[in-house]
Design a protein around this ligand. Structure first.
Ligand code: S6P
Ligand code: ZN
Length: 194
């Protein structure tokens, strides 16, 4: 596990915010079209370009279910339809599995929403910031700055990712810029049709 962590850290180049090796998942704007509140604004942007919004390099643990799983995320800056670039967001398949996010560089927030949708909050994630994601909590990363936001996610090896629930109903809140500040708002107040 320690060797794997070192391998992951060594593959990350802070200057270029890229990964030199490893299995990397890449998500482009077109793959998140319906995640954003204004898909028409996404389509307009897609006429010109389909940028990579984020990359995740994951290290699978070799030591079984008691081990930890590591993900290194790089979320690029940008906006579409008034929303910052963001990740799809997910719950863990093993709902009680928690996660710790360790911010490495950039500025951003995490949107946390318990499974029932009753407890919603936004927590800062950026260089030197830590975010604890309890079990049963949907989580999405949002880049609110002008540089790539990079972070480690550390979670139980048996956590798994459930994207289905979020794809069906999305988060109930969005983070948009108001008076220059990332601000949490109810989705239906910002995107009545979204
Ligand atoms: C995994 C961890 C992160 C995310 C990454 C991308 O549990 O939370 O590594 O995978 O932020 O987000 P998403 O929602 O597309 O997996
Ligand atoms: Zn997670």
């Amino acid at each position: 596990m320690l060797e794997q962590f070192k391998e992951l850290a060594a593959a990350y180049c802070p200057e270029s915010a890229t990964l030199s090796r490893g299995s990397t998942v890449e998500r482009r704007l077109s793959q998140l079209r319906d995640v954003f509140g204004d898909p028409a604004a996404v389509d307009l942007l897609l006429e010109r370009d389909d940028p990579v919004l984020y990359r995740v390099m994951a290290i699978e643990p070799a030591d079984g279910p008691g081990d930890l799983h590591l993900g290194l995320g790089i979320l690029y800056p940008g906006k579409v339809g008034g929303e910052y670039f963001l990740t799809k967001g997910h719950l863990h398949t093993t709902r009680e599995a928690a996660e710790v996010y360790i911010g490495l560089a950039g500025d951003g927030v995490m949107l946390l929403e318990d499974e029932a949708g009753g407890n919603v909050r936004m927590e800062p994630l950026g260089s030197g910031k830590l975010v604890y994601v309890p079990g049963h909590t949907a989580h999405r990363t949002i880049n609110t700055g002008s540089e790539p936001l990079t972070y480690f996610g550390v979670y139980p090896a048996n956590a798994g990712h459930d994207y289905g629930a979020i794809a069906e109903r999305n988060f109930t809140h969005v983070v948009i810029e108001i008076d220059g500040q990332p601000t949490l708002r109810k989705r239906k107040d910002v995107f009545p049709n979204g």
